[in-house]
Design a protein around this ligand. Structure first.
Ligand code: SF4
Ligand code: SF4
Length: 199
């Protein structure tokens, strides 16, 4: 991997530019070079007619290709080839990066109970104060506590991910891939334990 220092050293070596403004100086040099070496347009190009036809050709090519594919899809043909680059949301959600922080979920044990041990770490670290846990004694003596209720107000959450990072039990994650959490009221943005365990 090329570090910033290595890049700077290359710049100094090949372009005779140095110092903290080397990148800026190089960009100026490139712009000046392009300006002085720009090709003069021919009289035909100056009419813009070739440019207009090239633009029409590119637009028409995509239009007729997509139109043909949409018609073929109606007959159940070539379904594997997308007819347009547009995602057909919400039927076709856009793929998200694996590291993107999306809506929270509470992970479960094998018996379906929450992994959370109500240690209150996430509630304590949350900068938006949007987590509220009610701890209760667990019937299993090997597990000290469990969350009788786990409230997360997504209307206040800033998606910082601190709750996920601080959790010692991997009990809360932000990997549902859901970010379409719009609701009609603030109350609907408040998720309880049951809702957080659905995904
Ligand atoms: S992501 Fe940040 S703001 Fe949201 S619940 Fe977790 S700690 Fe709180
Ligand atoms: S940090 Fe993890 S184990 Fe502790 S209360 Fe939060 S979700 Fe539960």
């Amino acid at each position: 991997m090329t570090t910033t220092q290595q890049k700077r050293a290359q710049l100094e070596k090949y372009h005779d530019v140095a110092g903290p403004f080397a990148y800026l100086r190089l960009a100026q040099m490139k712009r000046a070079w392009k300006k002085s070496n720009r090709r003069e347009l021919t009289w035909w190009e100056k009419t813009y007619i070739p440019g207009v036809f090239v633009g029409l050709w590119i637009t028409s090519k995509h239009f007729f290709r997509n139109l043909a594919l949409h018609i073929l899809h109606l007959f159940g043909l070539f379904k594997g080839i997308p007819a347009a680059v547009t995602y057909q949301y919400p039927e076709q959600p856009r793929p998200t990066g694996a590291r993107l922080r999306t809506r929270h979920r509470l992970t479960k044990r094998e018996d379906g109970s929450p992994r959370c041990v109500a240690c209150m770490m996430c509630e304590t670290v949350c900068p938006a104060r949007c987590i509220e846990i009610t701890a209760a004694e667990h019937p299993d003596p090997n597990i000290e506590k469990y969350p009788a209720e786990f409230i997360l107000d997504l209307g206040k959450c800033v998606y910082c991910g601190f709750c996920v990072e601080v959790c010692p039990e991997d009990a809360i994650r932000m990997d549902t891939g859901r970010h379409d959490i719009a609701e009609y009221s603030r109350e609907s943005m408040i998720y309880d334990k049951k809702r957080l365990m659905e995904d």
